[in-house]
Design a protein around this ligand. Sequence first.
Ligand code: RIB
Ligand code: CA
Length: 310
Amino acid sequence: MKKIPIIMDCDPGHDDAIAIILACASDKIDVRGITTVGGNQTIEKTTNNALRVLRFIDKDIPVAKGANNPIRRELEIAESVHGDSGLDGPELPQPTQEALEISAFELMAQIIEKSDEKITLVPTGPLTNIAIFLLAYPHLKSKIERISLMGGAAIGGNWTAAAEFNILVDPEAADIVFKSGIPITMAGLDVTHKAKVYPEDIAKIKRQGGKVAVLVAELLEFFIRFHRDICGWDFAPLHDPCAIAWLINPDMFTSKKLNVMIDTDGEHTTGCTVTDFYGNNKQEANVDVLLDVDRFQFIDMLIEAVNKYN
Ligand code: RIB
Ligand code: CA
């Protein structure tokens, strides 16, 4: 079966870590490289976390560090959600591999240039690295198959009333990406808030028994804490794995092709992914917006993935 070659750009982060585990377990995905960005935590911490996860799952995938700061704003981190390390909760040994000396953008360019097939980019953090790559290597845009991203929301936000964290951290970068003309799948809050993981799902994952199953369960046990204590929810919305799960099985999702534009300077709406459900703006529908997911299939996919490591 032909695999989908991808580069993940992430800010681990509990859900980013699970997205890496899901991608590396899938026989439909070929993770050619992982780049890191400041977001949930600083670039040093998100890079260290990506390396720690790869050591734990024993995967030798090149990792390169990208931008710490957004294009023109100060970095805002999500320590309240992911903790001081960015991956608080489980005990994860320190990495044995180092990040490459080259930058995230250079690694992206190297992988894309030498690939015989187009590459899919899977950003699950702020879009700073993707935007910088597109600006620095415009000639490589034609070798990008698609961008399957976690970010935004057709309706609402989770960091302000109108904006989701990844887009809000670097709205200028998001604007560049959403105007790039590259096919985009947006796994925004509309779908990720339906990718609900309940305590009973966590228990079921833990009961699978392997060390990766236990790690994923412990990541979720920490991740649900913020959503229970601050949001008052009895579930954790598993955001980032949706961007990978769609690549593995798009039929699990419901989507609509809509025009999405980024607000970069609204008094109350900066970082909003303005989604034109009714075509009022008469603009091209540039994004496949994910709106729903079969939650049971999603949980089954996670369980199948953790068992692949046994
Ligand atoms: O809003 C959720 C997103 O912000 C997820 O990618 C999470 O990891 C954080 O980066
Ligand atoms: Ca993330």
